[in-house]
Design a protein around this ligand. Structure first.
Ligand SMILES: [Zn+2]
Length: 388
């Protein structure tokens, strides 16, 4: 078998950096990633790869897909990334003292350049003896501007491997679990107009008291559900961060708005979490004679990957070769596209990328050393996963 040294040496830092810089140089706020997708497609085509451009529900920026096949049957490892960036003022790429700066350097054009370089090294060394690599990149990731429709369409249309690696900026742990999350927005209302306190008709429903009651009931539910735990992900929870009602001290309001989050550790628990929440609201509306409307916007389902999953074994082997030690298993602090792969494609999804900083700010920065490390880990993980 090809030595791991040869694969690592095939990662070309200069070529990787040029790819990363050229991706950062093209602005691609969410829903406007067409131009950078065309550019990535051109790079991969010039590299000699066959590029597919499935529209996948987003004609503005067709996805960029490469299937690299070893020629022998086996497992497929997917590298997936989002080409869109958050809607902040555009920062030009700049390379200084070993660090790349600019829009998307950390989140996640640097990571995409790293897996493109991993793919080049895999082909150049002939290291893949079985299976293949599926490279997918897309738009529509960053919320609230994007709704992830393009990734959902790609999954629906079968652009799915046997496991997937996602180079988000997380390098200090191997996230084997993460909580699912929904944002709820509740609006409690009553019929009629705002009215002076002393002029209220008898039995006017009290939206503010109903809201307070809801806060209490949610806190009570939190005390119960927090007993549902996961060794890495933590526990189920409710949280309320906003409460708004009333205009002045002696006027009876017509609306009360409450917003917060519901998080859960059990994969597949989404529908049950929502129905229990809505049941609580229905009971309260009935008891208080108010109307209660609610949005329960699911951001992602919970994720959990067994410690002995083949992708975990392959990854840890690669990580140990490159850094001298396996990565400590832990929780994923955020919801990312890995949660969608887990819930919608049923495949294990490992988030691992550069130790980069400044995501979602004007100060994104990532070291070239980290991008090289990620490229090496991705290439070696692929050989361990597919060749076994
Ligand atoms: Zn990201």
């Amino acid at each position: 078998m090809m030595s791991s040294t040869a694969i690592r040496q095939a990662i070309n830092p200069q070529r990787l950096l040029e790819t990363a810089q050229s991706l950062v140089a093209i602005p691609s706020p969410t829903r406007s990633a067409g131009q950078v997708a065309d550019h990535l497609s051109k790079i991969l085509t010039q590299d000699g790869f066959t590029v597919e451009r499935p529209v996948a529900d987003w004609p503005e920026a067709p996805a960029v897909v490469v299937r690299f096949d070893s020629g022998s049957p086996g497992k497929t490892l997917q590298f997936d990334g989002h080409l869109d960036t958050v809607h902040l003022p555009f920062i030009e790429p700049r390379f200084e003292n070993g660090y790349l700066y600019g829009s998307g350097a950390s989140d996640m054009k640097g990571g995409i350049a790293a897996f493109v370089e991993a793919l080049r090294a895999i082909r150049q060394t002939g290291a893949l003896k079985a299976g293949g690599i599926l490279l997918t990149t897309h738009d529509h990731h960053e919320g609230p501007w994007g709704d992830r429709r393009q990734l959902y369409a790609l999954i629906r249309e079968g652009y799915v491997g046997d496991a997937v690696l996602l180079p988000e900026y997380l390098a200090d742990r191997l996230p084997l679990a993460g909580r699912g999350m929904a944002i709820f927005n509740v609006e409690i209302s009553r019929p009629g107009d705002k009215v002076h306190e002393v002029l209220r008709p008898p039995n006017t429903p009290d939206v503010l008291a109903t809201g307070a009651n809801l806060v209490n009931q949610i806190h009570q539910q939190h005390a119960e559900i927090k007993n549902t735990t996961h060794p890495y992900a933590g526990h189920d929870s409710y949280f309320i961060g906003q409460f708004a009602a009333g205009e002045i001290f002696n006027q009876s309001p017509t609306h009360c708005k409450i917003a917060g989050t519901r998080r859960w550790v059990t994969p597949g628990h989404t529908a049950q979490a929502e129905s229990k929440f809505r049941q609580l609201l229905d009971n309260l509306a009935q008891a208080s004679n108010t109307q209660i409307q609610a949005e329960f916007a699911v951001q992602g389902d919970a994720i959990s990957i067994p410690l002995d999953d083949p992708i975990v074994t392959a990854f840890q082997q690669a990580h140990t070769t490159v850094t001298g030690a396996p990565l400590t298993p832990g929780a994923k602090p955020f919801v990312d596209d890995g949660n969608s792969f887990s819930a919608r494609a049923g495949i294990p999804a490992l988030t691992h990328g550069p130790n980069a900083t400044g995501a979602h700010t004007l100060n994104e920065q990532v070291s070239l050393d980290e991008l090289v490390r990620v490229a090496q880990v991705y290439a070696l993980t692929a050989t361990h996963f597919c060749n076994s």
